[in-house]
Design a protein around this ligand. Structure first.
Ligand code: UDP
Length: 238
């Protein structure tokens, strides 16, 4: 077995966080199946205000730390956890399960198509059985179509909370699938959005680079990040 099955989850503001590294996370979810969440302070903030979303997150099979915000929160509580970039995790899963039936849902139509073309070039044997952009009106139809194709890996790129809500609905119908909410990953794979330079990635400051490039993102991070840190400090001292 490629992962420590007795590894404990750590607790952050009532949310379970997994501490596996990348290879362990991959082995674990391949065996366990289910929902992978790449958690960040904005999601925790939203979950604390929306019970249904909180339930979705807490029931996820694997919750990985993507950004410095959650990493910092955990460090304040005395846990040292490595970050796993969600986009890299998703790519690794595509490579690992390329021959299995794969569904891709999300992003604008042309972005999704471009991402698929690029993925097919990079992973020639990739077995994409279903694709759908992320701007549909009939959710039930998308759910039905997805179920019929019986995918074993589903990537949903619709941003939070939409992607997690859709995954939750699919999860009960496809118990043998691995499902990952991948945010803006299709935009990156389509070469529509650049990932931050390596130095930003290394320092965990990808969000800062994206905020500089797209200042409207500032609203999403601020005041969520400082409030999140305050909440964690409050938990530590209580
Ligand atoms: N998106 C979508 N449907 C929607 C809203 C957004 O498919 O109703 C897509 C959007 O086109 C983009 C992706 O969701 O490809 C992620 O958006 P964002 O960058 O806001 O997510 P983040 O990575 O910051 O979570």
């Amino acid at each position: 077995m490629g992962y420590n099955q007795y590894m404990e989850r750590v607790n952050l503001l009532g949310f379970p966080i997994d501490t596996y590294d990348m290879p362990e996370s991959i082995e674990y979810i391949k065996a366990k199946k289910g929902h992978v969440v790449t958690i960040n302070p904005e999601m925790i903030d939203y979950a604390l205000k929306h019970k249904e979303f909180e339930k979705i997150i807490k029931e996820a099979e694997l919750i990985i730390v993507d950004g410095v915000g959650v990493q910092l929160g955990l460090r304040i509580l005395g846990h040292s956890v490595k970050r796993i970039a969600g986009i890299e995790f998703a790519k690794r899963m595509l490579l690992e399960l390329s021959c299995k039936p794969i569904a891709l849902i999300g992003a604008k139509t042309y972005v999704m198509e471009k991402a698929i073309n690029n993925l097919k070039e990079e992973i020639p044997n990739i077995n994409i059985v279903y694709s759908q952009d992320g701007y549909f009106n009939d959710e039930n139809k998308v759910i039905e179509e997805t179920i019929q194709k019986e995918p074993e890996l589903i990537l949903v790129a619709m941003g939070s909370p939409k992607q997690e809500e859709l995954i939750y609905k699919l999860k009960s119908k496809l118990p043998n699938a691995i499902m990952i909410g991948v945010g803006g990953s299709f935009d990156v794979w389509a070469n529509e959005v650049e990932r931050a330079p390596k130095i930003y990635q290394k320092l965990g400051l990808e969000w800062l680079y994206r905020t500089i490039k797209e200042p409207k993102r500032f609203k999403r991070i601020f005041p969520t990040l400082p409030l999140f840190v305050l909440r964690v400090l409050k938990e530590k001292w209580s």
